[in-house]
Design a binder for this molecule. Structure first.
Ligand SMILES: [Zn+2]
Length: 280
């Protein structure tokens, strides 16, 4: 076999480099099509390195065409919404700061804070917010649920099973999107909750146990996603700057398991469910 000339080797390396930076929609994941993402953060720690226009470009490069966007502070979601109103679905995060994340659910001024911010941009829900266990059972959170009920807003909690039970009991008539699908809550428990609570939706960023060692969806997950295909959505969860840098890989991984589902099921989970919940 003839040796490959050096000049050609150099050329191939250049092509490989160009291909590696092309949008992944061109190659892997083309079958799934666009993603409408249920979990993007645009926190203050990326504003300088990734101004709003660049953040939108990063999302579009990965063929993410709509997204629930929240931020700490929530002004990040407002900035990204102002940059691209057709892509960004702003979600109001009830924290004023990271410190406030551990206090907000007992803050007597929460209601005033929420009402003031709701007047700024057309927020479509509250989230993603962190609260666990019996902390969910608080007067400020009841106020938040009441506002969500009046204004037809969704809730996007990052909580444990105990916290989720309290939300479902207090807000059975409101769209509740469980961030990370409870991470490691048993799949059978998720199934029971989906059966019992028609307004519950599951967002799958960082969800554990879906894939086997070879990166294939487990049969029980395939079955759950297919049986409840109208109740799931994907998310990239850019909760720290490195997640923005890793977005191509995270999006490719997401597309990899979506492709293992029947086309119509993948389309529902990749984008249709989000569009049904948040019509333009
Ligand atoms: Zn989270």
């Amino acid at each position: 076999m003839q040796a490959v000339p050096k000049s050609l080797m150099k050329h191939l390396a250049t092509i490989a480099l160009i291909l590696s930076v092309l949008p992944c929609s061109v190659s892997a994941g083309a079958a799934v099509g666009s993603i409408h993402d249920g979990h993007i953060h645009y926190d203050q720690d990326v504003w300088k390195a990734l101004p709003p226009a660049d953040a939108i470009t990063v999302l579009k490069t990965e063929n993410i065409q709509r997204a629930l966007v929240s931020a700490t502070p929530t002004e990040g979601a407002e900035m990204l919404y102002q940059q691209d109103k057709s892509m960004v679905i702003p979600m109001l995060r009830p924290y004023k700061s990271w410190r406030h994340r551990y206090l907000w659910f007992n803050d007597p001024e929460l209601k005033a804070y929420l009402l003031e911010h709701l007047a700024r941009v057309p927020y479509r829900g509250f989230g993603e917010f962190h609260v666990f266990g019996e902390d969910v059972d608080s007067i400020p959170i009841e106020d938040m649920i009441e506002i969500a009920r009046e204004r037809k807003l969704a809730l996007h909690p990052h909580t444990d099973l105990e916290g989720m039970h309290i939300f479902l009991q207090k807000a059975p008539d409101i769209v509740v999107i469980w961030a990370h699908g409870g991470f490691n809550v048993p799949l059978e428990t998720l199934q029971t909750l989906l059966e019992d609570h028609p307004m519950l939706y599951i967002e799958l960023s960082l969800r554990e146990g879906m894939l086997d060692e070879d990166g294939r969806l487990t049969s029980s997950w395939r079955q759950l996603l297919t049986s409840f295909r109208m109740r799931f959505m994907v998310g990239m969860d850019t909760y720290k700057p490195s997640r923005w840098a890793d977005l191509p890989e995270i999006a490719a991984d997401t597309r990899h398991w979506l492709e293992q589902l029947p086309d119509e099921v993948a389309a529902d989970i990749a984008r249709n469910n989000l569009d049904r919940l948040f019509p333009r």
